[in-house]
Write a protein that binds this ligand. Structure first.
Ligand code: SAM
Length: 242
């Protein structure tokens, strides 16, 4: 997969050299390119913003600068992703869908955001899709953190990036539609707290049942909205009893 990120702060994306995403890049599983939007400016001051039409506080990013940048970076079949607090919430389903694509381009806004004509213009370009996404109901200073979130959520789903693909199966927000059960490691007693006995039993069926029950309980307590969205047909008899 190829991912291009365009930002006025390319250094903000440096953490994408670390950990699993960094390894994926080194292994050639992810071709990640970070660009400085100011490379597409034409004036001496490398200006990317201007005052908003209609008045009001703050500055707006200019469509002509973004237009030149995206003309160069977007190719046929690319998906242009615009982080914005007014976008569709980024979910695990979105990440799964994006992980099947060939080329993502993330355009990081700053100030009051990017002139709205940029999304409108590129949505009419044949072969290019445009999506506006939000990483939560709060406002950040720029799209770079949202780009980091998106790239990490998508890259870890690419084949070969996570060492043991089994660890992607039972995760929170996975196919079961539940939060993950609590996890424990050694030592078996710590700070007067014991690991649940069943996990030390070696009894695989009991462990699987306990984990499923814990996932259901945790989801019911913390995210009743997720539990309510489950298809009752997918619950088994034991689930109904708990
Ligand atoms: N004036 C905009 C509004 O109220 O919707 C907020 C602009 S924000 C200060 C600057 C940039 O940060 C946005 O263009 C976007 O790229 C990014 N951003 C801020 N919050 C975000 C969020 N929750 N999700 C995704 N991107 C966000």
């Amino acid at each position: 997969m190829r991912v291009d990120v365009v930002s006025i702060f390319p250094d903000y994306l440096a953490p994408l050299d670390l950990s699993l995403v960094g390894k994926a890049r080194a292994a050639g599983l992810l071709d990640l390119r970070v660009h400085d939007l100011r490379d597409w400016t034409t004036d001496r001051h490398r200006t990317v913003d201007d005052t908003p039409f209609g008045g009001g506080a703050g500055m707006v990013m200019r469509p002509d600068v973004w237009g030149r940048a995206l003309d160069d970076v977007l190719d046929d079949g690319a998906h242009l992703l615009l982080p914005t607090p007014s976008g569709a919430p980024l979910t695990q389903r979105t990440a799964e869908a994006l992980a099947t694509e060939q080329h993502l381009v993330v355009a990081c806004g700053r100030y009051e955001g990017i002139d709205a004509r940029v999304a409108e213009h590129f949505a009419t370009r044949p072969g290019v899709r445009v999506s506006e996404f939000s990483i939560g109901d709060y406002v950040l200073n720029g799209g770079e953190v949202a780009a980091l979130v998106l790239v990490e959520a998508v890259a870890r789903l690419l084949p070969g990036v996570v060492g043991n693909p089994e660890s992607l199966v039972e995760e929170s927000h996975g196919a079961a539609g539940l939060l993950e059960y609590p996890v424990y490691t050694k030592p078996p007693t710590w700070a007067d707290l014991d690991v649940p006995e069943v996990l030390l039993s070696g009894h695989h069926a009991r462990i699987a049942r306990w984990r499923r029950d814990q996932a259901l309980l945790r989801t019911a307590r913390r995210r009743p909205d997720m539990l309510a969205a489950l298809d009752p047909a997918e619950l088994d008899a034991h689930d109904r009893a708990t």
